[in-house]
Design a protein around this ligand. Sequence first.
Ligand SMILES: [Zn+2]
Ligand SMILES: [Zn+2]
Length: 153
Amino acid sequence: MHEHFFTLAAGIAKHATCGRDLCGAVIVKNGDVIGEGWNSPPGNSEDQRMCAVEEYDWLKKKKSDKTCCMHAEWRAIIDALRRHPDEILGSTLYLTRINTEGSILKSGEPYCTVCSRLALDVGIAHFALWQESGIRVYRTDEYNQSSYAFHKE
Ligand SMILES: [Zn+2]
Ligand SMILES: [Zn+2]
């Protein structure tokens, strides 16, 4: 069941146009996908297909809200709020990155505090990552705490 939704998220990630990572997210409630998103510049217009990550060296350093694109999770949350605003409470968000062949790349520990805050604030109950050790479904408050605790030099 979880694997199925990660496969869907990987398919969504093929829309991503970010120059750094290709990410996809789906939000699921009672077995139904209620929102989906991928990372790319805001607006995602056809004439602006590349993000700014190659333009500024400092953008390559992941630093809170100074990441380059709209995150897949934000898009999925906005999508769910537009299409199924009364279903988002208690839902589960599945996030994955893919390589250029479209295969799932295993996730590390949670680190994005912008996404963790947003997910917690809109009432998403669980946040799922497929890590090296297997699929892990975090409670969103736990995901948020882990994201803040993450530190890498
Ligand atoms: Zn980008
Ligand atoms: Zn994020």
